[in-house]
Design a binder for this molecule. Structure first.
Ligand SMILES: *[C@@H]1O[C@H](CO)[C@@H](O)[C@H](O)[C@H]1NC(C)=O
Ligand SMILES: *[C@@H]1O[C@H](CO)[C@@H](O)[C@H](O)[C@H]1NC(C)=O
Length: 144
């Protein structure tokens, strides 16, 4: 009897610690937002004019949406981005995160995003690294 109670107690305190750590990881380390994707031509016009040397060699880059554009201060910022969910099940590639660099502003980008109004718009390479490239929209966790 008493060992059952003890086991019950310890598993519930583990559960509380687990919930707390999820809560902390969201409030301290990452923000939740949305991402679309965009395709070439990639011209970093809002940040770097037509200077293509500003693209990271990984091809992992993004255009900033209004929520993170920060009046242009977003240019060159780097974010760790992870896919957390999408409308279609199994869209996110599990345990996969990427580091992207902001090179443009969605509202003035030459290429249109796959979905309007997202936090950021990822290059095809970036999007396809964390999610199934056939969808147009994912929910993300991102951290500068
Ligand atoms: C996004 O908005 C632009 C401008 O209003 C429009 O041309 C485009 O079709 C929209 N894209 C989507 C995916 O709805
Ligand atoms: C990506 O999504 C499409 C459309 O839902 C599906 O046919 C395809 O199998 C998916 N690819 C992977 C790797 O899951």
């Amino acid at each position: 009897m008493s060992s059952v109670t003890l086991r019950g107690l310890s598993s519930s305190s583990f559960f509380i610690i687990f919930i707390l750590s999820i809560h902390l990881s969201f409030t301290c380390h990452g923000d939740v937002g949305t991402a679309a994707r965009y395709s070439p031509p990639y011209i970093p016009s809002a940040c770097y004019g037509s200077d293509a040397t500003e693209f990271p060699s990984s091809n992992l880059f993004a255009a900033a949406g209004d929520g993170i554009w920060d009046n242009g201060a977003a240019c060159g910022r780097e974010y760790i981005v992870r896919c957390i969910s999408a409308e279609e099940p199994r869209t996110c590639i599990p345990d996969q995160s990427i580091q992207i660099k902001i090179v443009d502003y969605v509202a003035s980008a030459v290429s249109l995003p796959s979905t309007n109004g997202t936090t950021m718009v990822l290059s095809d390479m970036a999007f396809g690294t964390i999610a199934n490239i056939s969808v147009t929209f994912i929910n993300i966790e991102f951290q500068q």
